[in-house]
Design a protein around this ligand. Structure first.
Ligand code: 5GP
Ligand code: 5GP
Length: 209
């Protein structure tokens, strides 16, 4: 089988808020399984290096094979839903994430292990529970970055990097959360380095979905 030395230092576990993917100028499409739950979904589990760079598309021979994750498909549909158009079942999104990112962590994960690890890490975090317990609700209201990070740190023990995008009216809104995971892919850690990106601004919308 395929074998590679570790070429990264940690992972980003990236979660997306569906409301903020969908209420943009570009809009979204619900997957074939129907409207996803109003909860953070997985975008990906991305191997990264401490210098901020990252490997990608590491094994063109390891094409995504849905039959290898047949026992995870219902969890993937629920917790890793695709919102891209045109409507599809998610296999394209999962395949993209596996081929671009997952194949670069072949030292710790085969295809099944990669998806199982991301699902477990997300489950254990309970991000939405942490936010609502801290009074940060997906109700179209506005929050500060400190309120968002504070609620998540308090509830999960880990402070995420917060990425914002803009809704149709141009308001800055909570789009993605980046958590860091050790190189073994089994535990959350404080982030060694944060992604490069624009700051969110003073007022951050948390739209409903
Ligand atoms: P895209 O959807 O265009 O591939 O990526 C969206 C954003 O995430 C871009 O700013 C891209 O540079 C960033 N990105 C994609 N994959 C990775 C990754 O593995 N590590 C980091 N740090 N950023 C990534
Ligand atoms: P990445 O940022 O991981 O490099 O690439 C994301 C790719 O997956 C893009 O090509 C994007 O169009 C596709 N995609 C499919 N469904 C989704 C989704 O629900 N969210 C995001 N962010 N990308 C999706």
């Amino acid at each position: 089988g395929y074998c590679a030395a570790q070429d990264y230092d940690f992972f980003y576990l990236v979660l997306q808020w569906p409301g903020s993917y969908c209420d943009t100028k570009q809009s979204c499409c619900y997957p074939k399984s129907g409207k996803p739950a109003a909860d953070f979904g997985i975008h990906g589990l991305w191997p990264n290096r401490d210098d901020g760079s990252y490997p990608q598309n590491c094994n063109p021979d390891a094409e995504f094979d849905p039959s290898k994750v047949s026992d995870l498909l219902s969890s993937l549909r629920a917790n890793w839903p695709t919102l891209a158009c045109p409507t599809n079942d998610g296999v394209r999104f999962w395949g993209h994430e596996w081929e671009k990112h997952g194949t670069c962590a072949a030292d710790v994960f085969d295809e099944h292990g990669y998806f199982q690890a991301a699902l477990r890490l997300r489950d254990n975090l309970g991000v939405l529970r942490a936010l609502t317990a801290g009074g940060v609700n997906p109700d179209g209201g506005y929050y500060t970055i400190d309120q968002i990070k504070g609620a998540i740190s308090q509830g999960t023990g880990f402070e995420p990097y917060v990425e914002c995008n803009r809704d149709e009216s141009g308001n800055s809104q909570l789009y993605q959360l980046y958590f860091c995971v050790n190189a073994a892919g089994d535990s959350l850690i404080e982030c060694p380095v944060l992604p490069r990106g624009r700051p969110c601004g003073k007022r951050i919308e948390f739209p409903a979905f």
